[in-house]
Design a protein around this ligand. Structure first.
Ligand code: AMP
Ligand code: MG
Length: 495
């Protein structure tokens, strides 16, 4: 099968080369491997609008050809980027887009730039021993996961579409292939910098840093060179700290926080075996292959810093040690401030007061010991009244409500101290404590239906996840954990 180039770009999309402009030491130019007889499994009009084309384009043949690797944009060659990274703490000298291909950078009508990347579009120079494919299950998981986080206000890559095919792919069992279209201003990773550092390709490292700063951190482009890279590093460190704080606040575990999965823009990147916590458990491990619990939920803040340290080390030729250390020192305060702000908002506290951190620690302890569902708890807490009521609707969420009952008076006293008003607080809390998160069981139901060629559940779930704070976005079962006794869903790296 040959790759046809599109003579008429989708609508009036303007396409640039993105990072492939840096040349062959940074990317391999490579056509996608066509997905045979593709069909559209999911399409996200929100992202089409970001890019600047009409949602009705999704019904046309050109869109499907692009989204399934059967076409590329005519004037711009598609490309796979090289990178390296620390995987589970060990440096791997050569990774790269093994199953991802950039179709190009879309220059959107509002002046933003978005790299359109296909995930699962076939072999590249960086595929190592794997097949360059993604399975339907993992494409749907990334599609729903990234949109869920976006609508929770968490920086992330976005998902445009999933194209499916009956083409078989061998994993633990035989599954079918799919291609995910995802977009982000850039998919450059911490590991992109590590690759050039460890090969002592310092000129290329500087080119990559200059490209990244010029295009995505323009506020530093005119800073004197002696300070520019240090400022850039510090900004990435702070963004990473704030990103992880948002994950912790919502109960999201990424699952594979290798440095090659860390976005230089501070976006959530590369959704694999991620999961939302149900009962609060710092030891929650969503990745079945993570035997040591390196990427357990509660370890993410420390791992975020570890990864920033790896990035700082990779920038050794551009940033002197004292400045690297100063940039890294910004991580903890940025994390603590963002996390405290998020938890204060979840608790409905308007003011910052002494003792808040202890109150936050205590509520997490109450949740862990009492085994209440994290999401349901904060949603129910959003309706608590200052005056003790006859029915305690929060207590029924706990397996053991003793600690909750002990904590409650302190919480009510703290609310009273700032003159908290029930109805104002209820409204504020309901706007930050989601009713709907992407529980594994919900994603799994959408995947199971899709494997039977019914894609309606993906669309329904996506629609609910677009409005996570809206009481009426979906019926009650979408707000509930899997019924007790449901077998846990096993997800690992190699999906
Ligand atoms: P991940 O664990 O998904 O972040 O992937 C780690 C590395 O393995 C990246 O360089 C991927 O591009 C590559 N990789 C993962 N799965 C495949 C696959 N099916 N084919 C080729 N490369 C892959
Ligand atoms: Mg990855």
């Amino acid at each position: 099968m040959t790759i046809a180039s599109l003579h008429r770009p989708l609508q009036s999309l303007r396409i640039g080369p993105g990072i492939s402009a840096l040349g062959e030491r940074f990317v391999e130019r490579r056509d996608p491997t066509p997905l045979p007889d593709p069909y559209l499994v999911a399409f996200n009009p929100d992202v089409a609008e970001l890019l600047g084309f009409e949602a009705s384009e999704a019904n046309g043949p050109e869109f499907l050809r692009l989204a399934s690797g059967n076409a590329r944009f005519g004037p711009v060659p598609s490309y796979a980027a090289v990178y390296a990274g620390h995987q589970f703490g060990t440096y791997v000298t050569q990774l790269g887009d093994g199953r991802a291909l950039g179709l190009g950078e879309v220059l959107s009508p509002n002046g933003q730039r978005y790299e359109w990347q296909l995930k699962g579009a076939g072999l590249t120079a960086f595929s190592r021993f794997a097949d360059g494919r993604a399975v339907l299950r993992s494409a749907i998981r990334e599609y729903l996961g990234s949109e869920a986080l976006h609508h929770l206000g968490i920086p992330t890559t976005r998902a445009l579409a999933v194209a499916g095919s009956d083409f078989p792919v061998q994993r633990e069992a035989i599954e079918t292939a799919a291609v995910l279209s995802r977009v982000a201003p850039t998919h450059i990773r911490f590991g992109s910098f590590e690759y050039f550092h460890y090969r002592r390709m310092h000129a290329e490292l500087k080119l990559l840093a200059d490209y990244t700063i010029a295009n995505f951190f323009p506020e530093f482009a005119n800073v004197a060179e002696t300070e520019r890279y240090a400022r850039f590093l510090r900004e990435v460190v702070e963004r990473t700290a704030r990103l992880v704080a948002q994950w912790q606040a919502v109960g999201f575990a990424h699952g594979v926080l290798n440095t090659d999965n860390m976005s230089i823009l501070g976006l959530t990147l590369d959704y694999g075996p991620y999961g939302f916590i149900e009962t609060f458990d710092p030891g929650f491990i969503c990745n079945h292959s993570d035997d040591m619990g390196r990427y357990a939920f509660g370890r993410q803040p420390a791992i975020g810093l570890w990864n920033c340290r790896a990035l700082a080390h990779a920038l050794e030729s551009l940033v002197a040690e004292p400045e690297r250390e100063a940039a890294l020192a910004a991580y903890e305060p940025a994390f603590e401030a963002a996390y405290a702000a998020a938890l204060r908002a979840k608790l409905g506290l308007r003011e910052e007061r002494e003792g808040d951190l202890a109150l936050i620690e205590d509520v997490l302890d109450v949740l862990e010991r009492g085994r209440a569902d994290y999401t349901l708890f904060f949603r129910a807490l959003s309706r608590l009244t200052l005056a003790p009521a006859a029915h305690d609707d929060v207590a029924r969420l706990f397996e053991h409500a003793g600690a909750w009952r002990e904590w409650l008076p302190a919480y009510r006293a703290r609310l009273a101290a700032e003159g908290s008003d029930d109805s104002a607080r209820h409204a504020a809390m309901l706007a930050v404590n989601p009713k709907f998160v992407l529980r594994n069981s919900l994603a799994q139901a959408a995947i199971a239906a899709a494997q039977r060629r019914d894609y309606s559940e993906i669309a329904r779930l996506h629609d609910i996840l677009r409005r996570p704070y809206d009481e009426d976005a979906g019926d009650e079962r979408y707000a509930l954990p899997a019924p007790p006794g449901t077998a846990p869903i096993v997800v690992s790296c190699s999906s």
